[in-house]
Design a protein around this ligand. Structure first.
Ligand code: C2E
Ligand code: CA
Ligand code: CA
Length: 641
């Protein structure tokens, strides 16, 4: 108990701060107490001619007035320094109490009329008890205040010969003990509840910090990003542009799969550290889940945003070493800039996300700024996505056939099935536009099955030596029961297996998956043929040609008519043709549009050709007519007969 009286620093500083602040609340009560005292003192003084009583009454009034002013002004002036606030309060309270005590003592000592004595002593006891409970938060003030009030009064009372006076002194002493006990009781309850409230507030604060940070990297998480981006945007937007960079690590999944999640996490931590190091001090950085990061900072203009983007890209894709593994993590980035690309965080994020998507589609490891055209493109994609599922039911899709011609004899050897979408409002849609959407949404599986079935049905009407080529998407091959589905389609159409050729691109083979191997092995054992499509656009690895059962290589049309066409591509075609002929494979040149091109690829060793020079893709009945015409020319008698 005594420790509390003399050492007020014993309690936690934050709790103490609140309790001290409490002293200054409700200056109205302080005013009433002081006013009461002033009135009582002045009345008592008016009963006597003793100048000392008058002086003390005046002093008490001045101190009372000063305290009220202090209570109103001090908390606003001395904001942080609790020690000073408490000291000044103590000074005011103690001097006021002492004056009340001395006044009480003097009224008794100088034998003022009983009513005046009663007025002052009752006021003193009432004031002291009110003061002690008001200041129970700082018990030292409560107790010393009572001591200063009661000691002069009791001393004067005890000096009187009357027993009643002495008894009053004893009663005051007992009341003092009682009030002290109550003050301590209030103090303890107050302190404990303030401390408990403080602890839970601090815990809540800690929880909030935890809830806003990412466990793996220590950066902000999605919730934290949202919170701080909104907060910072409000602060930054007044005087600058803001750039929002959205990163996605390229092929991070492969690192995770190959080296395990622990290594994956370490890569994420390293990336986070690099972002922190390479960014401006006031940047907001977070991980948006998975392998995506977001960074936002103030920039002068787009040019500065670009410089930052490049430096961040460079830093993140610097090779990193984890244990004995040396990893190269490339990353793609989308950027949007406030205020041009959006006025609020949501729009800016959408913009950066779209730009990121474009960066990825455009070949990864690059940064793209948001462009409003991206939104239009996305809207169109979304429409296509939504309508594609219905297109099949509404009969808007059809299969066209483009002949593949023998470059020596000029005879049609096969037709490639190419899907077409005749949209009632958008007109004819090219497969390049909707096949990637179908691949993304998985609709390609249903679509692909339908295409194979249609193509097989059409081909069943053609002469036996004409094959049909069908393009397969990677996802179709990986679908469970893919090989079986194709064999069923052939059976239903009554088409011999050797008359179907499946065109697949190199990308299908890149991941060396067992599913692909099994799919190709099963179908080629059943007699179905395979062609390697778009050769020359990917890695152009000749290794695949040996490893898989390809009967045909289709040289991409960019080698024939694109920017690549020329001496170099001619040499490549020549080399591939030579190899193909030793392996007994056919080589097809795609995209032949002129007789010169036909002659050139023939001279380079291609055996087959396809392109507008011969024919565009045509509906099945026209394909049938092309074949009939050809047979007529070769065998006029039969046609006539
Ligand atoms: P691809 O397999 O390389 O198909 C050849 C593309 O070249 C076709 O475009 C064809 O119309 C076009 N072409 C043919 N001759 C010429 C020519 O002389 N000059 C020019 N400039 N182009 C020519 P299409 O039909 O727009 O198909 C584009 C791509 O869409 C195809 O490329 C293929 O990858 C995909 N695709 C088309 N149909 C299907 C399908 O049924 N299933 C799947 N999975 N993909 C398909
Ligand atoms: Ca093809
Ligand atoms: Ca092709």
């Amino acid at each position: 108990m005594l420790r509390v009286l003399f050492r007020t620093n014993a309690i936690d500083d934050r709790v103490r701060r609140i309790l001290v602040a409490n002293l200054y609340t409700k200056p109205g009560a302080l005013f009433l107490g002081a006013a009461n005292g002033v009135i009582a003192a002045l009345i008592a003084a008016s009963y006597s001619k003793v100048p000392a009583i008058f002086d003390v009454a005046v002093l008490l009034s001045v101190i009372g007035a000063l305290r009220v002013v202090m209570a109103l002004v001090l908390p606003r002036v001395v904001k942080r320094d609790t020690v000073w606030l408490e000291r000044l309060y103590q000074l005011g309270a103690f001097s006021f109490c002492l004056m009340v005590g001395i006044l009480g003592g003097l009224t008794v000592e100088f034998g003022l009329p009983g009513a005046a004595q009663m007025l002052i002593i009752c006021y003193a006891i009432g004031y002291a008890s009110g003061m002690s409970s008001r200041n129970a938060g700082r018990p030292a003030i409560a107790i010393w205040g009572m001591v200063l009030t009661f000691v002069p009064i009791c001393a004067a009372l005890l000096r009187q010969p009357d027993l009643a006076y002495r008894a009053l002194a004893v009663a005051i002493g007992i009341a003092f003990l009682g009030m002290m006990a109550i003050a301590f009781q209030i103090f303890r309850t107050l302190r404990d509840s303030v401390a408990a409230a403080e602890t839970s507030a601090r815990l809540a604060e800690k929880m909030q910090v935890l809830a806003r940070s990412d466990v793996v990297t220590g950066l902000l998480n999605r919730a934290g990003l949202n919170h701080y981006l909104v907060e910072h945007l409000a602060r930054w937007r007044q005087h600058s542009n803001i750039a929002l960079f959205w990163f996605d690590l390229d092929k991070f999944k492969e690192v995770n799969d190959a080296l395990g999640h622990q290594t994956g996490d370490r890569v994420l931590c390293e990336v986070a550290q690099r972002l922190r190091r390479q960014s401006k001090p006031d940047s907001v950085i977070g991980r948006f889940g998975g392998d995506e990061f977001i960074l936002a900072c103030e920039v002068r203009d787009r040019r500065e945003a670009e410089t930052i983007a490049l430096s961040l890209l460079g830093e993140v894709s610097r090779p990193l070493r984890i244990d004995e593994n040396r990893l190269e993590i490339a990353c793609s980035m989308g950027i949007s800039v406030y205020p041009d690309d959006g006025q609020d965080i949501e729009t800016l994020m959408q913009g950066a996300d779209l730009a990121l998507y474009h960066a990825k589609v455009n070949g990864r490891n690059q940064a793209n700024f948001f462009d409003p055209a991206m939104t239009r493109e996305l809207v169109r994609r979304r429409e296509i996505e939504a309508e594609l599922r219905l297109a099949l039911q509404r009969d808007e899709l059809s299969i066209f056939f483009q002949p593949i011609v023998d470059l020596k004899s000029g005879k049609i050897r096969a037709f490639e099935a190419l899907v077409r979408w005749f949209h009632p409002e958008k007109g004819e849609l090219r497969p390049d536009e909707f096949i990637p959407v179908a691949e993304e949404t998985g609709a390609i599986i249903t679509l692909g099955n339908w295409i194979t079935a249609q193509a097989a049905r059409a081909a069943a009407q053609w002469p036996d030596d004409i094959t049909v080529a069908v393009n397969l998407s990677p996802l179709q091959i990986k679908a469970p029961g893919a090989a079986l589905g194709i064999l069923n389609a052939l059976r239903e159409a009554r088409l011999s297996r050797s008359r179907l050729e499946l065109e697949i691109t190199e990308t299908v083979l890149l991941d060396h998956s067992k599913q692909t191997d099994d799919f190709m092995a099963e179908l080629s054992a059943a007699g179905v043929r395979f062609a390697l499509d778009d050769f020359g656009t990917g890695y152009s690895s000749l290794g695949y040609i040996n490893k898989y059962p390809f009967g045909k290589i289709k040289v991409d049309r960019s080698f024939v008519s694109g920017v690549n066409a020329g001496k170099k591509s001619e040499a490549i075609i020549r080399a591939v043709s030579e190899m193909a002929s030793t392996l007994d494979m056919a080589i097809v040149a795609e995209g032949l549009e002129t007789i010169e091109q036909v002659n050139a690829v023939r001279a380079a060793g291609c055996t087959l050709g396809q392109g507008y020079y011969f024919s565009r893709a045509v509906p099945d009945y026209l394909a049938g007519m092309l074949l009939a015409q050809e047979r007529e020319k070769l065998n006029p008698q039969r046609a006539l007969g």
